[in-house]
Design a protein around this ligand. Sequence first.
Ligand SMILES: O=C(O)CCC(=O)C(=O)O
Ligand SMILES: [Fe+2]
Length: 291
Amino acid sequence: MKENDPLFLEQFTNSSEYPLLNHESNAYKDLIKKLHSELEEKGCAVLKSFIKTKWHKKIEKEGEQVAPHAYYKQETVNAYNVPLNADLPEDHPAKITMQRENAFVARDLIPQTNIIHQLYENNLFTRFLADCFQYEKFYQLADPLAGLCLNVLNPGCSHPWHYDINEFTVSLLTKKSTSGGNFRYSPAIRSPGNENLAAVKQILLNGDAPHPEVNDISLEVGDLQLFKGRYSLHHVSPVQGESQRHTAIFAYTLEPSVIGGVERTKQLFGRTLPAHEKAEREKVRTDELLD
Ligand SMILES: O=C(O)CCC(=O)C(=O)O
Ligand SMILES: [Fe+2]
């Protein structure tokens, strides 16, 4: 099956509830309206059972097969993914450090036939996502490692507070932890030109504890999550129980040809490819927010 074949969506996604194939239909327009207002109100929208129930075991299994290839490097990080000794005031929230315990399987290690890979490369799906966020067009990342990855969290581990490099993030839970492993976020806590440092610092110091500005969501396998990760500080709380937690992370941008920075790519995947070195020399990001 070709990755942009509409039959892929028909077969694997819950197309009666999520009519992605017919973007002229009223059902499609109503869905977009609903999701967009959820994004406006809560900074996040969840499409329950976006993948048909009968394929849940398959996406879980495909994830389990690649999970052993995840790159592990426990390290001390900050929420901005800038060097710990960056030239910033001592009271800057980037001086608050955390342990990074999650591991990523890079895109080039996820078979192209896997459901999550086909979904990422499906142009109808990409168009649908742009419509949800009300943008003219979304681009799949040009990054050969980071455009699509599987985020693996082992029991006892968490994903520390951070912002995403890309403007919008879309993820799909492929394996649920026994308990814990909740996605927690502070909607639109920063915006271009305003880092809102005092509020960020308060949330970082609060850690895993409940906070009035932090929303807490628990996802099921096959749920699709839409999220504005460049502006919303977020983390995943510690995974409890025996099972790993897996999420497929789909990254999109508003400009073509976006590739992650060398420092960040090494942090996440333990390696870079020539494409990253080249992009570093010709940086295209323009919003002046820290990485
Ligand atoms: O695994 C998740 O649910 C979110 C992970 C995340 O925030 C990220 O990979 O940037
Ligand atoms: Fe993130």
